[in-house]
Design a protein around this ligand. Structure first.
Ligand code: ADP
Ligand code: MG
Length: 551
């Protein structure tokens, strides 16, 4: 048996680890399962290129709790380690990483923001364990080894009888961490961090109900069998090619991500880049209301299928934090603080890529199925309008698909609106005046008057509309917005008279009579001819306000 001293220059590293990671002890499990996954994937690679001449098989990772001995076991069937590798990777490398990390973040330790966003890999085990053991056998033809460390910089290394390839990590759970011996606690953690990891993870067994055998009586209980309880889906939708997925797959994955969410998403956006950085993911537009107090933090961030955080502020542009879904990038550092993430160049590129991709997808949905897009506009406008307001790049792109609905339920793009009103709604400075209502009920009579004059009235009722209007007015030349109840709408100039308004008074009277005879003499409707000079409506029929309300 060998003993030795772990190579580390920071004295008493364990108290430091405990202190720094205080509020986030739970990530030890994520770290150890990540290592087990890495070890398995490395073996897969080595066998596929013929460097490891062993059977890869169907490896699993298993988590076991032993309440009697107060131990947690994490077992894998990965590539294992030789004695030399344990010395190198466990005793030296991991510690130098920890040391570098602590150097970097010593002073930031008080900042609660960084807690929860870093781990120390293998050594995070000491946050919850008073003793850690590694029993490992390499795929190489070398004897197994057993490493034991009680949390001091001293370790023991001895031979082991382990015959199967792979690694077992055994944690002797410390007195202050016995919560991790509870099955429900571990199973919650597995669901949070490991639900989509690429290697099947077994945690206990579960009872599966089998179909009844033929000829079984009604009252006979269905047969059952015990099967492995695999807690993860190793091949989640976002890791697949968009071409291999249909609408139902996307909806199914949405329910997998948000089991408590019963409303279906409106759109999905499959992200898939490998240059200049790697990023995959699926974003969903949930049904949103006008309410701006929308709950954020619903996009989950993963790194190689390991959950990192659901607080993506600073990683995706703020307006997109209203979306849901998953982003996975190996380029997002797993173990660093939020402020570091926000300053990171790769993360910034990711953010602008996502913005671009969302805009492109919106544009293609708009072009391919405008009717569907119009129908969903009310539910997505908050995100798009907010995006236009806060991201200039998005504003430029959204020009093509942002919609401006009229009070009559028509939907215009800005360009369409412009060509519709440019000749009929200008003011004395030759500015195009866009009329809008913010409340169809309260501004009803103004709307009717404006419509009576042949003007197009938009219905713009999102809470951020005043800001968006300001932005549109400053970024475009010669346009201005006016609410229907503003007085200067009386002074709009029409550039050209329309054909109907050129009728003589006599002809107009005749036309009015004809229309009235159709509408019915005793009705409460009024035929208005003042509107006859409008380009869109030859005349309008109005109903008194009181009649409208009686209905
Ligand atoms: P990192 O995973 O970032 O390299 P860790 O501290 O988590 O850092 O692990 C240090 C090293 O120990 C790993 O790189 C790996 O070589 C080795 N290791 C840890 N766990 C295992 C395991 N289950 N199987 C094989 N090697 C492992
Ligand atoms: Mg690791």
């Amino acid at each position: 048996m060998a003993t030795g001293k772990i190579n580390v220059s920071v004295e008493n590293i364990f108290p430091l680890i405990k202190k720094f990671l205080y509020s986030d002890h739970e990530i030890f499990l994520r770290e150890l399962i990540s290592n087990a996954t890495d070890a398995t994937l490395k073996l897969k690679h080595l066998t596929s290129i013929g460097e490891a001449k062993v059977e890869y098989g169907n490896p699993q990772i298993e988590i076991k709790i032993d309440k009697d001995t107060k131990k947690i076991h994490i077992l894998d069937q990965g590539l294992g380690m030789t004695e030399d590798e344990v010395k190198k990777y466990i005793n030296e490398v991991a510690f130098s990483g920890a040391e570098e990390f602590l150097d970097k973040y010593k002073d930031a330790g008080q900042d609660a923001g960084i807690i929860g966003h870093f781990g120390l890999g293998f050594y995070s085990a000491f946050m919850v364990a008073e003793k850690v053991e590694i029993i490992t056998k390499s795929f190489k033809d070398e004897p197994a080894v057993h490493w034991i460390c009680d949390g001091s910089p001293e370790f023991k290394l001895k031979a082991s009888k382990k015959t199967e390839r792979g690694t077992e990590i055994i944690l002797q759970i410390a007195e202050d961490s016995t919560e991790f011996l509870e099955e429900t606690r571990i199973s919650t953690l597995l669901t949070k961090y490991n639900k989509f990891m690429p290697i099947p993870i077994k945690f206990g067994t579960k009872t599966e109900t089998l179909p009844k055998p033929e000829g079984a009586k009604e009252e006979d209980p269905a047969p059952t069998q015990e099967v492995d309880n695999i807690i993860n889906n190793p091949a989640p939708a976002w890791t697949k090619k968009p071409a291999d997925l249909n609408e139902d797959d996307y909806k199914g994955f949405y329910r997998e991500l948000y089991p408590m969410q019963f409303e279906e998403p409106l759109f999905n956006i499959h992200l898939n880049v490998d240059y200049p950085f790697n990023l995959t993911g699926i974003l969903y537009f949930p049904k949103l209301t006008n309410d701006m107090n929308i709950q954020k933090d619903r996009i989950q961030l993963y790194q190689n299928q390991v959950f990192v955080t659901d607080n993506v502020e600073g990683i995706v542009p703020e307006f997109l934090t209203m979306l849901r879904g998953v982003i996975d990038s190996p380029d997002i550092p797993l173990n660093v603080s939020r402020s570091y993430l926000q300053a990171d160049g790769a993360v910034k590129k990711i953010s602008s890529y996502i913005t671009k991709k969302v805009a492109d997808k919106m544009n293609s949905i708009f072009k391919n199925n405008r009717e569907d897009f119009e129908q969903k506009w009310n539910d997505i406008k908050v995100v798009i309008e907010y995006g236009m307001l806060s991201e200039d790049k998005f504003f430029e792109k959204a020009e093509k698909f942002a919609l401006y609905p009229s009070v009559d339920g028509k939907y215009y793009t800005f360009e369409e609106l412009e060509s519709k009103i440019k000749d009929s709604q200008t003011d004395k400075d030759d500015k195009m005046v866009i009329l809008y209502a913010s409340d169809k009920e309260a501004q009803h009579s103004y709307i009717e008057t404006a419509k009576g004059k042949g003007y197009e009235v938009l219905l713009l009722d999102s809470p951020i509309i005043p800001h968006l209007i300001q932005k549109l007015e400053t970024s475009k030349e010669k346009i201005s917005f006016a609410r229907v109840d503003a007085d200067h709408i009386d002074n709009l100039i029409k550039k050209e008279d329309t054909a109907i308004s050129k009728l003589s008074d006599e002809e107009k009277d005749k036309l009015k009579e004809q229309i009235e005879s159709v509408v019915g003499e005793n009705s409460n409707f009024t035929v208005q001819l003042e509107a006859m000079d409008s380009t869109s409506q030859p005349f309008i029929i109005t109903e008194p306000e009181f009649m409208r309300r009686m209905k």
